[in-house]
Each structure stands twice: as structure tokens, then as C-alpha cells.
Design a binder for this molecule. Structure first.
Ligand code: A3P
Length: 307
């Protein structure tokens, strides 16, 4: 029997299989195996890593704009004409899904990539080179609600017939760690530990902090990636302009995000829903909040990390 046939299966919008202790979407399994085998990180690479629905699209727009700022300002960049997912490509969802043997050597430095892989499943060269990782997380309540809105849309896709439909069923799976690239808490704890042990290698950010003080967080990011804002830029308000340009209101209004489609299953507009902190309160019942709070407290106990 093909060893892949023996992997445990589950659905969370997409079909998933349990691979290396995380729930890998079935469509990403081959690309993940290929990139784990072949991808060679450079010391100058920068990786955006997170669980789905924790702010991938937003952070890609911020990081891309940070690197593409110039004396002429921020506006004249490809962000106006491309969805952020086309500007910082995912290793498993885009690059290795399209080509099992991509030539990435011609990409300009620093190469910017994204992945949803847990720390333990990263290619060895990513862990061992001097490349940098920026990890973004979000409180599990809003992450879950966002993921439910998004992935339950897939239920009518032909090959997903049979996946669960109610929010309660999705919630049950999320709590059991059976969501895409989950378990959620194992994923974030893997990167949290690395960020404490190797702060120059892994910068750990929270969606909520980016919302509260984007300027402070992006100055931190710019320092971390070695492209800090100059005093002149700070005086000119470049950091504030960057935050404004990448706000959900601004990205939603861009033509490419209103009408485009860079993912076979989703229109670009699906990447931008509410973009607020605390939306989960509008959906989760008190027992649901209690259950997830208890899991969160157990998983994060003693880590120094909280939401
Ligand atoms: P909500 O569903 O809670 O609104 P991802 O990009 O990882 O798929 O995450 C999607 C979540 O990020 C969605 O959350 C989406 O609305 C939110 N988001 C997208 N762009 C954003 C932005 N510029 N600022 C804040 N949140 C944003």
C-alpha cells in the first residue's frame, strides 16, 4: 500500500491528512514533501509563517510594502495591481504546487516566502541557515471564527462532499486540533519557543498587537529584517502611510482585490472580511468560549504567552 494511503484523514473545508503530526491539506501533501526534500534556504531569505486566518494576507501586504518603499513613496508598487498572495508566494500552496522542481535561484534578494508549515516540518536549511522567520498568530477565538466563515464556503466544492457543515462541528474539530495545519496551539508553541531561544532568527507577532499599534510593530519588523526606517522616513510619516495603505479598508478598495481571483477556490475579496479583534464574541456561545479558554490555558500554561 502507498504509505500516504495509511495517513489519518479529516476534513476542515478541505480534505486533510495527518502528516508529521499536523493536519496537512491533501492538495498540499506532494508539494510539502517536495519542498522538504529540495528547498534550499539562503541566509538572506525572509519567511512569513502562520496558521491560516491569522493575518497572512495583511502581513504579506505590509512586508512587501516595507521592502518596496522608495524615495517616491509607497503607492507606486505592485500592491495596487496584485493580491498580496501573488507578491509573497507560499512554498507549498503556490511554488511547489505549480512546479515540483522550481528554479528559485534567480529571485532577487532578499527572497520573501510564506508557508503554513509547523516549525518541526520546515526544511532543515530554513532551520539551520541565517534566514529570518516572522511568525504571526492571532487569538484562537477570532482565528476559529474566521476559519469557519472561510472554509465552510468550500462545502459545495465537488471533491469535498461529506465535510461537516455546522459551526459546532467545525468548532469541535478546531478544539481537537483538527484544523488546517493544526493543532493550532502546537503550531504557535513551536515558533514561540524558537523565538525565545533564537530571537534574531524568529520574530513572534500577534495580530492584535499589529491592530493596536501597527507603527510600533512595523518598526520592530523593519529592524528585524535589517531594513529599518530612517529618521527622515519616520519624520515624513512613512510608517503611518504604510499602515494606512495596508489597512483592510484600503486593500478592500483596490480593484484587484474587488474583482480578481488568485486562488482556484476563492475570489480575492474573500481574503478580506471584517478584520477586527473580538468578532468571535458575535458567534461563540458561552460554553464554547469556556471550552476553548480551558484548552488555551492548558496549552499555554507556563509559556509566558497569552491572548
Ligand atoms: P476575519 O475573518 O476575522 O475578518 P488570512 O489572511 O490569514 O487568511 O486571515 C484572514 C483574516 O485577516 C480575516 O479575518 C481578514 O478579514 C483579516 N484581514 C485581511 N486583511 C486585513 C487587514 N489589512 N487588516 C486586518 N485584518 C485583515
Amino acid at each position: 500500500m502507498n504509505p500516504k494511503e495509511s495517513l489519518s484523514k479529516e476534513t476542515y473545508g478541505y480534505q486533510m491528512c495527518l502528516y508529521q503530526n499536523f493536519w496537512c491539506p491533501k492538495f498540499s501533501l506532494e508539494p510539502v514533501i517536495a519542498l522538504q526534500r529540495d528547498f534550499q534556504a539562503c541566509d538572506t531569505d525572509i519567511f512569513v509563517i502562520n496558521m491560516p486566518k491569522t493575518g497572512t494576507t495583511w502581513f504579506k501586504s505590509l512586508l512587501f510594502s516595507l521592502f518596496n518603499r522608495s524615495n517616491e513613496g509607497l503607492l507606486n508598487t505592485q500592491l495596487q495591481t496584485h493580491n498580496p498572495h501573488e507578491l509573497i508566494l507560499s512554498l507549498e500552496i503556490t511554488i511547489y504546487a505549480k512546479d515540483k522542481n522550481p528554479d528559485l535561484t534567480k529571485m532577487p534578494s532578499p527572497r520573501l516566502f510564506s508557508t503554513h508549515l509547523p516549525y518541526d516540518s520546515l526544511p532543515e536549511s530554513v532551520k539551520n541557515s541565517k534566514c529570518k522567520i516572522i511568525y504571526i498568530t492571532r487569538n484562537p477565538f477570532d482565528t476559529f471564527v474566521s476559519s469557519w466563515h472561510y472554509y465552510s464556503k468550500l462545502e459545495n466544492v465537488d471533491n469535498n462532499v461529506g465535510c461537516s457543515s455546522t459551526m459546532e462541528e467545525y468548532f469541535n474539530k478546531f478544539c481537537k486540533g483538527r484544523s488546517l495545519y493544526g493543532p493550532f496551539f502546537d503550531h504557535l508553541m513551536g515558533y514561540w519557543k524558537e523565538s525565545l531561544e533564537r530571537p534574531k532568527k524568529v520574530l513572534f507577532l500577534k495580530y492584535e498587537d499589529l491592530k493596536e499599534d501597527g507603527v510600533l510593530q512595523m518598526k520592530k519588523v523593519a529592524e528585524f529584517v535589517g531594513f529599518p526606517f530612517s529618521i527622515e522616513e519616520e519624520k515624513q510619516g512613512v510608517v503611518e502611510d504604510l499602515i494606512k495603505l495596508c489597512s483592510i479598508e484600503s486593500l478592500k478598495e483596490m480593484e484587484v482585490n474587488k474583482k480578481g481571483k488568485c486562488d482556484p477556490d476563492f475570489e480575492n475579496k474573500c481574503f478580506f472580511r471584517k478584520g477586527v479583534v473580538g468578532d468571535a464574541a458575535n458567534y461563540l456561545t458561552p460554553p464554547m468560549v469556556e471550552r476553548l479558554t480551558k484548552i488555551m490555558e492548558e496549552k499555554l500554561n507556563g509559556s509566558g504567552l497569552s491572548f
